[in-house]
Design a protein around this ligand. Structure first.
Ligand SMILES: *Cc1c(COP(=O)(O)O)cnc(C)c1O
Length: 462
């Protein structure tokens, strides 16, 4: 039996009409897009689950903030409002706005990573991985083993494998590890949270070997909610206090504010210690790449909406509803025997496409196969988080095999209703019925050298 849906802590004031194409029309559209959903037009998608990034619905307070945003080049009022919010919530001395998460990576990562070095993470998100490579360094993933078993219901499956972290540091030499990155929640492992204990232990290892620790902080609030929900020690601690403790263990953060901060565009860098000499270089890179330090590639109105969204994202009832949407959708899949990364994570349901298509090998991209089927079946757009996304070995050019073949149904914040979630569940249940008749996956006919899944072209294997 599906669990009870947590009702929305808001009502709808503005609506955005959607249209539904016929199955024949969708089959034509996806073929024209060379089976790459990033090439589809948004108006041809009924439910768009491509990402929860920047697809959030802002509140009336944020939209009011858009009108009162200060567009001054330097020292805008909205900038100081953002600094105050950032310092208050994270307790960091230096806050730098940038235009999105990858901009934060572009500004910060080259200050820590040089050619021949390594960066270790519980799991790198794709743009973070790309920026490590662009520095000439190599990314090493170090997630706990149980994250690789989607059926295993364990809390905090996003954790760093701390013992492995230490052995990797010894193996490569601490002087060759430029940075450790803790991704909260662990996006690529299915939005799985990291525990406070794991945060603490990872920080201790970094400190022991004098390696700086960066939080990839896109989903800090959802991670804090999981800690409150699942760690009895924190059940009476406020979300804000949990966040402050998480961040106290790191030296800095890079953040895509397009996730938990509930805006459509924005990002931040935070540096804990006011005396950290890297701040001067962050400012320099920011001016070169993003714009002057008091706007960092954003309009004043964006800074204003960001400052407001930082607080809205901490609201506990909102977070309960938000995670409740994932739990509801996941419970419908449980009823139908459809496997996913479980327990369900924070920003989407990661369907185990390999379990649905056990006969399709990783190099025919089972998760991308399900992506295409979901579009054909119900106009749902989502994406592959598997071997197709992972790409080729940078040294040998050979297709890498991902630890999992997930089809990610990312749920935008405050956008879709319970009925939309039912359409998604029903489509998956329908596909499960004929999954065995889909004999083959896809082959790539063209791909760019880096981050190929955004642009590659595919064709079905006959
Ligand atoms: C989205 C995301 C990024 C990149 O941020 P953008 O705003 O898309 O540039 C980096 N890390 C994680 C974990 C993310 O989810």
């Amino acid at each position: 039996m599906a669990i009870k849906y947590v009702p929305e802590p808001f009502r709808i004031k503005v609506v955005e009409p959607l249209r539904v194409l016929t199955r024949e029309e969708r089959e034509k559209k996806i073929a024209e897009a060379r089976y790459n959903v990033f090439s589809l037009h948004a108006e041809d998608c009924y439910i768009d689950l491509l990402t929860d990034s920047g697809t959030n619905a802002m509140s009336q307070n944020q939209w009011s903030g858009i009108m009162s945003g200060d567009e001054s080049y330097a020292g805008a009022t909205s900038y100081f409002k953002l600094l105050e919010a950032g310092k208050d919530i994270f307790n960091y001395s230096y806050i730098q706005p940038v235009h999105q998460g990858r901009a934060a990576e572009k500004v910060l990562l080259p200050l820590f990573l040089k050619k021949g070095q390594y960066a270790i993470s519980n799991m790198f998100f794709d743009t973070t991985r790309a920026h490590v490579l662009l520095c000439g360094a190599r990314p090493l993933d170090c997630v706990v083993e149980e994250a690789k078993n989607p059926a295993k219901r364990a809390p905090f499956k996003g954790n760093m494998d701390v013992a492995k972290l230490e052995s990797l540091i010894k193996q490569y030499g601490p002087e060759n590890i430029g940075l450790v990155v803790m991704t909260i929640t662990n996006n690529s492992a299915g939005g799985q949270p990291v525990s406070m204990k794991n945060m603490r232990e990872t920080a201790a290892v970094c400190k022991k070997y004098s390696i700086p620790l960066d939080i990839d902080a896109a989903r800090y609030a959802e991670n804090a909610y999981f800690i409150k929900r699942d760690d009895p020690e924190y059940k009476n601690t406020s979300i804000k206090d949990i966040i402050r403790e998480i961040f106290s263990y790191a030296d800095m953060f890079t953040m895509s504010a397009k996730k938990d901060t509930i805006v459509n565009m924005g990002g931040m860098i935070g540096i804990k210690d006011a005396n950290n000499p890297v701040i001067i270089n962050v400012k320099g890179n920011c001016i070169n790449y993003e714009g002057f330090i008091s706007y960092g590639g954003l309009a004043g109105r964006d800074l204003e909406a960001l400052a407001i969204g930082l607080y809205e994202g901490l609201d506990e009832y909102y977070l309960r509803y938000r995670i409740g949407q994932m739990e509801y959708l996941a419970s419908r899949l449980d009823d139908a025997g459809i496997a996913y990364q479980s327990p369900v994570g924070g920003h989407g349901v990661f369907v185990d496409a390999q379990a649905l298509f056990p006969h399709i090998p990783y190099n025919e991209f089972p998760a991308q196969t399900l992506v295409v089927e979901l579009y054909k079946e119900a106009g749902i757009r989502c994406c592959d988080i598997g071997s197709y996304m992972l790409g080729n070995d940078p040294d040998t050019g050979k297709q890498l095999k991902a630890d999992f073949e997930f089809t990610r149904l990312a749920i935008p914040r405050r956008v879709y209703t319970q009925a939309h979630l039912d359409v998604i569940a029903d489509a998956l249940i329908e596909i499960k019925k004929y999954a065995g008749s889909i004999k083959h996956g896809y082959r790539i006919t063209w791909e760019p050298p880096i981050l190929r899944h955004f642009q590659a072209q595919l064709e079905p294997i006959k």
